[in-house]
Design a protein around this ligand. Structure first.
Ligand code: PMP
Length: 338
């Protein structure tokens, strides 16, 4: 048995997450499917990686100085990753979150001592107080602060190019046919996708975003796509953003809230893997890909990423009453056998 040596601090426990083979959810298909469990990072999401990478890069070149305040907008996960950095390294942190953020994430941010600024999601994107506009303004108005800007800073993608991508390549021993992942900032799909394609250009990279996001319509050639509301957290955007690297992507799929949430619940019931809503979206997309593959001389090896955990959504996605009130409940949830 190989045991990991003690980590010098909790920061060293970021990354090196397990890659697990999926079984029941793909048993009817001629594929081998694998998922990287990013919710096993210390703060429970893939965003720990980019938080560490962006903060340490800014420290190295003087953009961030001791005692500064960090300001960022986040669906909650980057906020938690940055909270870890702020606590470990002695910075203050203010985060801007959408008012659709799950109660569990909000409570965890408050437990970590983060200053939280909630934004009304019904404001139009061009409104000065909208989710995307308010953070740069706060950053300009606050002295001695650093705005990592995960939506505009390619160090986000570089964190996945340097970490998640090589880990997946090593764990799969270089045998991958398709990489599927959700696109929020696009950091994961861009960083991992680029790394894997450099290693083996035959690998197909498939992104998924929610119906209501502008990424997929743009990818498929629509001019000035209109954004719409959706509930799944962490995926898609109402704007095209610099971190979304469309040139790395071979195809984009769009998932509904209903599909994302139902597949998150299936993931828990059928695999015992506690993924959140965007993990459900990733599983849905993986199954779409698996069902529409052309003929191959071996079972296709498909890899995806489960960005965060179900524990963040117990009062929403995993609560029948919450789903029913929003018309999102799918009745035929399989027995877990537990
Ligand atoms: N899922 C969740 C829950 C997230 O918080 C994020 C990050 N926004 C993503 C998926 C998407 O990851 P990325 O930003 O790297 O595209």
């Amino acid at each position: 048995m190989h045991y990991r040596k003690p980590c010098g601090s909790v920061l060293e426990a970021i990354g090196n997450t397990p890659l697990v083979r999926l079984r029941r959810v793909v048993e009817h298909l001629p594929v081998e499917a694998f998922a990287k469990l990013e919710f096993m990072n210390p703060m429970g999401s893939s965003k720990d990686r980019i938080s560490r990478y962006m903060i340490e890069a800014a420290e190295r070149d003087g953009r961030l100085k001791p005692g500064d305040m960090i300001i960022e907008n986040s669906s909650g996960n980057t906020a938690m990753g940055l909270a870890l950095m702020a606590i470990q390294k002695g910075y203050k942190l203010k985060v801007v979150v959408r008012d659709t953020i799950s109660q569990e994430k909000l409570n965890q941010l408050l437990a970590l001592g983060v200053l939280v600024h909630k934004v009304d999601t019904s404001l139009p994107p061009e409104h000065p107080d909208s989710y995307n506009n308010i953070t740069p303004r706060l950053a300009r108005e606050t002295p001695n602060c650093y705005f990592p800007d995960q939506h505009g800073n390619r160090e986000n993608n570089a964190a996945h190019y340097a970490g998640t991508g090589p880990e997946i390549w090593e764990q799969m021993e270089g045998r991958i046919d398709v990489f599927v992942a959700g696109a929020g900032t696009g950091g994961t799909i861009g960083g991992v996708g680029r790394y894997l394609k450099e290693k083996d250009p035959r690998i197909k990279v498939i992104a998924v975003d929610p119906v209501g996001s502008v990424f997929s319509p743009h990818f498929h050639g629509e001019k000035n796509p209109k954004a719409g509301p959706y509930r799944v957290e962490g995926l898609g955007d109402e704007f095209l953003i610099p971190t979304m690297e469309f040139d790395v992507v071979d195809d984009m799929l769009q998932v509904t809230d209903r599909q994302a949430f139902h597949y998150a619940r299936r993931l828990v019931r059928e695999e015992g893997i506690l993924g959140g809503g965007s993990s459900g979206a990733a599983l849905w997309a993986l199954l779409q890909v698996a069902e529409h593959l052309g003929p191959m001389d071996h079972p296709a090896r498909i890899v995806t990423v489960f960005p965060d955990g179900a524990g963040r959504y117990l009062s929403s996605i995993f609560n029948d009453a919450w789903l029913e009130e929003r018309g999102l409940l799918v009745e035929d949830l399989p027995e877990s056998g537990a």
